[in-house]
Ligand binder design. Structure first.
Ligand code: GTP
Ligand code: MG
Length: 683
């Protein structure tokens, strides 16, 4: 008998449920909770009362919009499941969860359109080295055979997909499954444990063939099994189970179980596989490099501000234990004191007095602690175990409260939301005095807005963020400016001659003087520069002016009446008149964009680019990403605002892009008029 797996792991486990959008993750969690008795019955997602999708935003959009935690017990062992959203817009929710979980259950279905989404998830799991089980859901409605489906899904996975069960059909309808390791049939019963049965004679050949191919895959990592297969010796069942556990834990294969989450079918087999085969926190400790010692180490997976004002840091206890009021050190040496330990069941929290290694619990009132941070009981803390790196935002939206009195309230609420969602970007745009939120798609930001308006009761006005237009000139001009006032007593006098010249793109502003003989004294030359710079904040078209040179060539002053202010005024007058004659022109920012897309959508993406005044620079296979391309183009920033919506709709939600500023380009005609009009209104 083999001992590769080193025995069953019995500690509390944390399991992330991930997978493409709408594959049935929330349904599966609900089925698991019902099957393990954590909830009285399984509610369909359409009822809006599942444990996971309890927020009004999730219900409104019939999709999960955040990670939800539920701890349950199965055969005396504690399992915490984390239902992660499938939409790429909320994908970042899963990262801090995956980092500290022991296993991922990837929920997939026989849908070719969702393969790229599955591939994105599998690659993330590869990157983090997380063992995984694939749960092939919705077998009730699958038309293709399971083995054909796996062939279709295999390219999405770098590891071999290892079929552990095949469906049992009667008159074309799936009525149960055959477990290839146990060599037993299970007849499904809705929302109840399946009935164990003999493998029907008609299915025996199919079973043997599938079993053999399972054993062949296992034999790739077990020489002894390979010999047995070659010699046609039936391997002992225990050895097969041991291989299944070992290969799952080392990440050599991805076992595939099948079922119909909606009816609770296949759920018990999945739970048993998790109980039997999944690693526990010990492996996760090793993976993350948790230092040995007596210290308690905690990794924060999510931050929640509950309706009653309390902050919860949902965390994995990686080593040691803790009791209420425990004190922790952050990696930067700061301290934080726990006030309240809770087990999570969706929106409900169940108070605990302590937590131990392996537990996933919410810790109360860790005010200065953020998602993704590592806490330690050791003085001074330990180095962070996880580095979170949210992707570049692809959609932005500027907002302000409808009522001014809500301004302070809104900024506090946004701070809380940003703490709950590290993928939310927040900045203040100096140019337009707007608060700009950025995120990972239209729905992502819509949900943020709904949270502000719903949970926080702050009515919001929102619009696309302003494009930072600039203006410049095309012609040179020489202009005199005289500021003279005689209003009794002290007068005001300043007189300048300036030359205004266009500069090459990207040069900015240059000031010089060619004054000789002190016709304008040194201190007033400084005043002229100040006046010119002040004027350039808003040029004749209403935007900041760039790429111009101004030279002060002549002027005159008055011993008594000249002053700093008077020369600033003279300079501004000269600029105002001179600039109008310099043939001003609008400049718009143009970005360099790199779009990543599944290759079968590349031609559609390329066709979009000229429609958005973009220029294709080229496209190529995405390095190390079979089946994906990168399309590079330049595109005006004004056209990128809602680009992601089109990219996502062309690719079943998976394309994305990165953009960096490239250059400023002249904008004329109707689009320039529109930009100027919009600017006039906003001012
Ligand atoms: N036919 C069938 N439909 C299912 C099954 N499981 C889930 N569904 C349906 O699939 C849809 C999506 O289910 P969810 O559980 O919300 O999927 P999800 O993966 O949590 O979705 P997101 O979190 O938004 O990515 C719902 O309409 C479910 O009723 C199944 O086993 N068979
Ligand atoms: Mg869901």
């Amino acid at each position: 008998m083999g001992t590769r797996a080193g025995g069953r792991r019995t500690g509390p486990k944390c399991i992330a449920i991930v997978g493409p959008f709408a594959s049935g993750k929330t349904t599966l969690l609900e089925a698991i909770l019902a099957r393990t008795g954590a909830i009285p019955r399984q509610n369909p997602v359409s009822s809006g009362s599942t444990v996971s999708d309890h927020s009004p935003e999730a219900r409104a959009h019939a999709m999960s919009v955040e990670a939800n935690f539920a701890t349950t017990e199965f055969m005396g062992e504690q399992l915490t499941f984390v239902d992660c959203p499938g939409s790429i817009e909320f994908a970042f929710e899963a990262e801090p969860v995956l980092a500290a979980c022991d296993l991922a259950v990837v929920v997939a279905e026989a849908d070719e359109k969702k393969i790229p989404a599955l591939q994105l998830i599998m690659r993330k799991l590869d990157e983090l080295a997380i063992p995984r089980i694939l749960f092939l859901n919705k077998v009730d409605k699958a038309v293709a055979g399971v083995r054909d489906t796996l062939k279709m899904l295999q390219p999405a996975s770098s590891m071999p997909l290892l079929l552990r069960q095949i469906p049992l059909r009667k008159d074309g309808v799936v009525i149960g499954s055959i477990d290839l390791a146990l060599e037993r049939a299970y007849i499904y019963r809705e929302y109840a444990e399946s009935e164990v049965a003999e493998i029907p004679g008609d299915d025996k050949a199919r079973e043997l063939e599938a079993r053999f191919s399972m054993l062949e895959t296992l034999a790739d990592h077990d020489d002894h099994l390979m010999e047995q297969l070659l010699e046609e010796i039936e391997p002992p069942k225990d050895a097969v189970f041991d291989d299944l556990s070992a290969d799952l834990r080392t990440g050599a294969v991805t076992p595939v179980l099948i079922g119909t989450a909606e009816k609770g079918n296949g759920v018990l087999r999945l739970l048993k596989a998790i109980r039997h085969d999944a690693p526990d926190v010990e492996a996760t400790r090793k993976r993350l490099g948790v230092p040995d010692g007596n210290q308690t180490v905690v990794q924060v997976m999510k931050t929640i501000h509950t309706a009653h004002g309390g902050k919860l840091s949902v965390s994995r206890v990686l080593s040691g234990q803790l009791a209420d009021a425990a004190e922790f050190f952050l990696s930067n040496g700061d301290t934080a004191k726990v006030s309240g330990i809770y087990k999570m069941l969706g929106k409900d929290q169940i108070k605990q007095t302590s937590a131990k290694a392996g537990d996933t619990v919410a810790l109360g009132k860790l005010d200065n602690v953020k998602t993704g941070q590592t806490l330690s009981s050791a003085k001074g803390g330990i180095r962070p175990l996880v580095a979170l790196d949210p992707p570049q935002p692809v959609f932005a939206f500027a907002l302000r409260p409808k009522e001014r009195k809500d301004e302070v309230k809104m900024s506090a609420a946004i701070q809380r939301l940003a703490e709950e969602d590290p993928s939310l970007g927040l900045r203040h745009n100096q140019d337009s005095a707007e608060t700009v939120l950025s995120g990972h798609g239209e729905m992502h930001l819509r949900v943020v807005r709904e949270r502000l308006e719903g949970k926080n009761q702050i009515p919001i006005e929102g619009h696309a963020p302003a494009v930072p237009y600039r203006e410049t000139i095309r012609k040179s001009v020489q202009q005199r400016g005289r500021h003279k006032k005689q209003s009794g007593g002290h007068g005001q006098f300043g007189d300048v001659v300036i030359e205004i010249k266009p500069l090459p793109r990207g040069t900015g502003f240059q000031f010089s003087d060619t004054i000789t003989g002190g016709v304008v004294p040194k201190t007033y030359i400084q005043s002229v520069e100040t006046g010119v710079r002040d004027y350039l904040k808003t040029g004749p078209l209403g935007f900041p002016v760039v790429d111009v040179a101004v030279n002060l060539s002549d002027g005159s002053y008055h011993a008594v009446d000249s002053s700093d202010m008077a020369f600033q005024m003279a300079a501004k007058l000269a600029m105002k008149e001179g600039m109008a004659a310099c043939s001003p022109v609008l400049l718009e920012p143009v970005m360099k964009v790199a779009i990543v897309t599944p290759s079968d959508a590349t031609s559609r993406i390329i066709a979009l680019i000229p429609q958005r005044r973009g220029q294709i620079l080229g496209y190529d296979a995405r390095p190390d990403w079979p089946g994906w391309d990168v399309v590079e183009a330049t595109m005006p920033q004004a056209e990128i605002g809602d680009l992601i919506i089109e990219l996502r709709s062309a690719t079943a939600g998976v394309a994305s892009y990165k953009a960096v500023f490239d250059h400023m380009a002249e904008l004329t005609g109707r689009l320039a008029d529109e930009a100027m009009n919009a600017n006039g209104k906003a001012a």
